[in-house]
Design a protein around this ligand. Structure first.
Ligand SMILES: [Zn+2]
Length: 263
């Protein structure tokens, strides 16, 4: 679980603030650098487990989806001195952290009392984020990253994917019903004849991954578009085996969180 400093995964409003903050820090020769921006729920959960169910000191109060980092609206800057990261808040470095917080406030990022490196977008409420009420102005790079993390999270409930409407060209009418087929060269190795089951509809606005097996460790075979129907042939925990053509042949597996039964 590596940390992520890709500014494109941040919400555009925060991305701009972080860029400005980086410039301001550099301008004043303050040795703080972006250490982490977007943090996926897997890494958040791992950090939360530390000091609770796994060894080590406690490092966060937030479990998966309980930190602003999972929504791309927070960042952590850490001292970077002589080629090394440092969390030192001793007297020698106090002025740097204080100035970092001042400059953060200037761009509209607020600190939290128990964690010096952390700044987050002000005037937000975690409960709103959990319900999918994201800040306005989201763009595709932020949304796609958040959506894919939501779709891949299988250890508990997730917030809904962002609802963004992008200007995409209308499909020619004869292609609208075209099936999503696995990329050339990847053949699902699980073709077998099974009893035809119930029809379900994909409810993930940004599409649902279909995988080669029941879990996120399996290869992604393709993405099923929102509202398309699939036949569920077997249930395997939270994962459903699906048949896309209703021909009795298995095409792959999808997470059940974004499938609702229609027939
Ligand atoms: Zn943080």
């Amino acid at each position: 679980m590596t940390r992520n400093t890709d500014l494109d995964n941040l919400h555009p409003v925060v991305r701009q603030k972080v860029k400005t903050l980086i410039d301001k820090l550099a301008h004043e020769n303050i040795p703080l650098r972006l250490f982490e921006g977007y943090r996926n729920p897997e890494r958040q959960h791992q950090l939360f487990s530390q000091g609770r169910t796994s060894p080590g000191p406690r490092v966060t109060k937030a479990d998966a989806w309980q930190s602003y980092h999972q929504y791309g609206v927070a960042c952590d800057f850490v001292l970077y001195i002589d080629g090394k990261w440092s969390w030192n808040t001793g007297p020698k470095f106090k002025k740097y952290w204080a100035r970092y917080h001042e400059l953060g406030a200037e761009v509209g990022l607020k600190p939290i009392s128990w964690e010096k490196p952390h700044l987050e977008l002000q005037n937000l409420n975690l409960q709103e984020l959990v319900m999918g009420n994201y800040p306005e102005g989201g763009d595709e790079s932020w949304s796609e990253n958040l959506s894919s993390n939501i779709l891949q999270w299988t250890k508990g409930p997730t917030p809904p994917p962002p609802r963004l409407l992008f200007n995409r060209p209308e499909l020619p009418s004869d292609e609208i019903d075209e099936e999503i087929t696995p990329p050339i060269g990847i053949t699902p190795h699980i073709h077998s004849i099974v009893q035809t089951g119930s029809t379900y509809r994909v409810t993930a606005r940004n599409g649902l991954y279909m995988r080669a097996g029941p879990g996120t460790d399996f290869d992604i075979l393709g993405t099923l578009l929102a509202n398309r129907s699939v036949v569920v042939t077997k249930k395997s925990g939270q994962w459903y085996q699906v048949d896309l053509q209703n021909d009795g042949l298995v095409d792959g597996y999808c997470h059940s969180g974004f499938l609702v039964r229609v027939i």
